[in-house]
Design a protein around this ligand. Sequence first.
Ligand code: ASP
Length: 587
Amino acid sequence: MLQTIFRTHTCGELRPSDINQMTTLCGWVHRVRDKGSLIWVDLRDRYGITQLVAEEGKTQPEILQQLKSLGREFVIQATGKVIERVSKNPNLSTGDIEIWVEKLELLNPAKTPPFLIEDETDGGDELRMQLRYLDLRRNVVRKNLELRHQVNQATRQYLDSLGFMDVETPVLIKSTPEGARDFVVPSRMHPGQFYALPQSPQTFKQILMVAGIDRYYQIVKCFRDEDLRADRQPEFTQIDCEMAFVTQADVLQTFEGLIRSIFKTVKNIDLPPLPVMTYADAMRLYGSDKPDLRFGMEFVELTQLAQGKGFGVFDQAEAVLAICAKGCAHYTRKQLDELTEFVKRPQIGAKGLVYVRYNEDGSLKSSVDKFYTEADLTAWVKATQAQKGDLILVLSGTLAATRKQLSELRLEMGTQLGLRNKNRYVAHWIVDFPLVEWDEEAQRWFAMHHPFTSPKPEDIPLIESDLGAVRANAYDMVINGVEVGGGSIRIHDKGLQNTMLRKLGFSAEEAQAQFGFLMDAFEYGAPPHGGIAFGFDRLCALLGGADSIRDFIAFPKNNAGRDVMINSPSPIDAAQLKELGITTTQK
Ligand code: ASP
């Protein structure tokens, strides 16, 4: 299949039907087993492993000697006859055959790698990243890149079939306000001036709509200078899309189609049609705008039932919310203490956790028995629809904080109960997000999505009277509790765009300076339009059943934002700085 002058076959290709054929294989020495008179070499390439064999007395002594001197990861070319293997290896696609070596060419020796090139390796993270080329030789890592390639191909195929056109947008641009910090690039030709790397091609894709490219997509690098978290990278890839002459329903249908097509092609999974849930419902029922719907465990509001019984904590709370953990009444004191510790961790920040055990024998036992009678607790059981054997977990405080905390606890209980199977996928849409959110610190409104998102038409009158209540014509796609994509119908009217920017704290001058080009474009016949962007790395990680996007990026940055292979970022020399017109006090 991949025949060249160098090799006739790959190391994953030969089968019993090839027996007696001459073959030439190239690859890396995976393992040498030298039994004295018999010697075997596992030769590995991207496609698999093929066993080479030679025998004292039958194989030419020079070749035998050559084979014996091979070390791990040496690059060789081996020629010989395909023969039937005596002890077959059913775990290997080539396990029925081996190659009787008749000629061997050492193409390049190798230093012994400092970690095993195996699925289970002994190399630490940092070392593997430093020698990423060795890490990438490992099956598990390469498979992730193969999956990424398949997702890429499936995406292009689907979008192309619907008339989407791949258009490249520039990487040296100016600030796009997606809410994160920009990476900037100094301009040599314009000292003191900077390009910014795109946080997304947002304004360009909208300009393309004005330009009449009514279906655009791009699988594109985006850059955000944010504090790093496990599943964040300073540069990451989006499947970025935009369409003209569409409603929200059109966009949802089109991209639901994309995701279903990717799942079908890559995983052979038929995702059912995606349910649509409002932001308000998601927050009320799961305390999160990206709920994991692989399991229920919906929130139940106990505020009314729990207040006025003398328990100060609940009486003073804005909200008392509960979840029912099926079959967990048997949780021991220790387990409950651990759950309490879990919600009290600083990242979650609850003050404490109240529980009610609804025991198998029908009795009720709570951590607040002092304040609540059996009848009170029975009312909680009713409200939460708890069954015998279930455990009710209750948190309280301000509504926003309690939702967030209980959402974490819900996920933890989902995990403990084995309800978050990585091989099961539940996808859905969240719609009707608030257009803006108030930032206490900055004392101003911020766009929840970005400033180009259109309000829902029926909420436009509220912009002046009650901005916080305006709903956005925006949507997110969530799979297994992971936000895989998000987008919106855009504003395409200069006046409305201007109003929005002013509401977000831009002065008329700032708005003009930053987005004049877009608003000017809106005056030359801008079609109604909307779009979406998917986090490509995250989508791949999800399809690969992994938590970290790093495993799906060929050359990722580490937790400190460094590329440890090329050692970047790094200082640049004084002459270069001078040329760029940058002065620095650092040595
Ligand atoms: N540009 C947006 C983002 O990066 C996505 C969109 O609205 O299409 O999140």
